[in-house]
Design a protein around this ligand. Structure first.
Ligand SMILES: C[S@@+](CC[C@H](N)C(=O)[O-])C[C@H]1O[C@@H](n2cnc3c(N)ncnc32)[C@H](O)[C@@H]1O
Length: 440
């Protein structure tokens, strides 16, 4: 594609994504679907540039104030420049850099050089952490200053690609060997016994291990939630907010395809996404059920029958900013307040399914105490027949290495290790939370 046309395409895509009407990944996919003429390298570059703009929006908007021409073009230039920076050892980046330079006017080239020369230490805090003020404050309230900056740095990086090995089909070492033969570098994840972390961004669509359901894409933190639930052979289990079934598949495999695993969700569309994954996985114990709301009749009929219930609650997703940086601009304190009401209601309904002696797990991929500890503590106060169970203890039983370090350290030492609390900068995973109870 001509360099000027590529810059125009990037400008258009940046403008579309920054409307925040839809999730950024959906906007980017649709843009590419509608423009078949874009090759794989151009798509990769455009995607990287747009995600840089989302990750560093405050900084780039500040730098763009000094340029001229349409704002979205200036942001696209800065995004493309960052996506093709450090091009010395990378021919693709070097070509992208050349293409960008060929598209710029002399004034734009001069402006870009000035922007790139701004020393990091001269930047104001918001231009370094690139978080909305309300979110920066909520994170700072939980972390000391160096920790906060490490988190901000980690949230600004793309996430690695993690896979979960389907234990019904293979052992992790076998899959490692297969990946190596396919020229894909991978290593075991540090905590999840099912996980592999893959280097680079290989395409998995045609990889036999993916096509035949031996591996699924799943962040290590998400795998740990299924390990916390610890569903066993022959049990009755509910995944209350199953979505497209990332955790359902891990739980079903842990049950060795036996028992009964209900996958509930209010979105029939999301549950549809589970079907092809189920077909690949070889699981025959999963029952997807679209419900109208959390108090649906079909839920009530199963009251007191479940050995295990997972509530992977709808949440702000702020623990997944490495993958979905647009969420920090799409969420607001008001949207979080609405979510917390829904989270409390879903947890209370899902709890009714648990039988005496059964286990309940509440989880989010949020870093905010309002969606996490506050929901768990309100449930503690309201539901006297549920006793809290230590996440650290359960993960240790599940042979997760260094489990205590994955949990919150409470001021009250009897609560130490109670909650799973994963942080991208400490654990290299998305920011997950989980609380566990047993019904008396
Ligand atoms: C965090 S996502 C689930 C992700 C999924 N568990 C996975 O691992 O791929 C939360 C899900 O909750 C669903 N949801 C929202 N409101 C709900 C409700 N009232 N009852 C059940 N599910 C609900 C959403 O449709 C969404 O799919």
């Amino acid at each position: 594609m001509h360099p000027k046309a590529l810059l125009d395409a990037c400008t258009e895509l940046v403008a579309q994504v920054l409307r925040f009407e839809h999730p950024a990944d959906a906007v980017v996919s649709r843009y590419f679907r509608e423009r078949r003429q874009l090759g794989p390298r151009e798509r990769a570059l455009l995607g990287d540039a747009v995600y840089v703009v989302l990750r560093k929006k405050l900084l780039l908007e500040q730098l763009a104030r000094s340029g001229s021409g349409p704002l979205h073009r200036r942001l696209a230039i800065l995004g493309l420049a960052a996506a093709s920076a450090d091009a010395d050892d990378d021919p693709a980046r070097s070509r992208a850099r050349e293409s960008l330079r060929a598209a710029l006017s002399p004034a734009e080239l001069q402006w870009l050089a000035e922007c790139e020369a701004v020393p990091q230490q001269d930047l104001l805090a918001p231009h370094r952490h690139n978080l909305p003020q309300w979110l920066a404050e909520a994170l700072r309230a939980q972390l000391d200053e160096p920790d906060f900056w490490q988190l901000a740095e980690a949230l600004g990086q793309p996430a690695p690609l993690d896979l979960r090995v389907n234990v019904l089909k293979a052992r992790r070492e076998q899959v490692l060997g297969e990946l190596e033969q396919a020229g894909i570098q991978a290593q075991p994840t540090p905590y999840s016994p099912w996980g592999l972390r893959v280097g680079g961004k290989p395409s998995l669509a045609r990889l036999p291990a993916f096509v035949n359901g031996t591996v699924e894409v799943q962040d290590e933190g998400s795998q740990l939630l299924a390990l916390l639930l610890d569903a066993r052979r022959g049990e009755m289990v509910a995944d209350f907010c199953a979505g497209a079934g990332g955790k359902t598949l891990a739980i079903g495999a842990a049950m060795r395809g036996t028992g009964r695993l209900y996958a509930f969700d209010v979105s029939a569309h999301r549950l549809e996404g589970l079907k092809p994954r189920l077909a690949r996985s070889g699981l025959s114990n999963v029952y997807p059920v679209a419900i109208a709301h959390e108090r649906d009749e079909r839920i009530k009929r199963l009251a007191g029958k479940m050995d295990r219930v997972l509530v992977d609650a709808p949440c702000s997703g702020l623990g997944t900013l490495r993958r979905s940086p647009d969420l920090k601009w799409r969420q607001t304190p008001q949207s979080i307040a609405e979510l917390t009401r829904l989270q409390g209601a879903i947890l209370a309904s899902a709890a009714r399914l648990v039988k005496p002696g059964g286990r309940l797990v509440y989880a989010t991929c949020s870093l905010l105490p309002d969606e996490n500890e506050a929901i768990a503590r309100a449930f503690d106060a309201e539901q006297r027949e549920f006793s809290p169970v230590s996440a650290a203890g359960l993960l240790t039983q599940a042979r997760v290495a260094a489990a205590q370090g994955l949990t919150s350290q409470a001021q009250d030492s009897t609560q130490d290790g109670r909650f799973l609390r994963l942080w991208p900068h400490r654990h290299g995973m998305d920011g997950f939370f989980a609380a566990v109870w047993q019904r008396r």
